[in-house]
Design a protein. Sequence first.
Length: 218
Amino acid sequence: MTKKQRALAIIDRLKAEYPQAVCSLDYDEPWKLLIAVRLSAQCKDSRVNMITPELFKKYPTMQAVANSDIDELTDIVRPCGLGASKARDIRACMSDLIERYAGRIPNTMEELLSLPGIGRKSANLILGDIYHKPAVVTDTHCIRISGRMGLTDGTKNPASVEKQLLKILSPEESNDFCHRLVLHGREVCASRKPKCDECCCADVCAKNINKTTGGKHK
């Protein structure tokens, strides 16, 4: 089975298992997703979703965030970890959006990467969820599960994982596929103790196939 064939089979199984492929970060405006994804770095989405209601209640607009007191903003986001750097990036990012883009969220990778605190993972999430463009969000679940299932060579490098997945995923499936990997990673394919006996992809997963046959996936 080639990697493309395996990817198609896994996509079909994950679609059946998780029909609703949605972002696990709560937001109702694009700029709020931009902030939430910055907060999610080295932090669980569930914790971010606990913090953002208070954050957006105190700062309900991009301008309010840009004008915020840095110490007060830091205190709010501190439970997400790296409070000082995240607060600094968030405030600078909102200022940049207002000054350079008149409050519009950019729709290209190059422009998004020019914003303070925004890397490829964050940019891909915006491109996929907000603009519905082909995007591969290489979070911890995507990196781990793609390697286990034999869709990548097992590298932990996000850029390499993104490049490899873009070669085997159809553009229209890539964004939803990554969302489903998050759901699957939380429910079944956990980091330490994956529930392989409960996995909907067990019959096409390279980890299981190699375990039983000693074969090599392509």
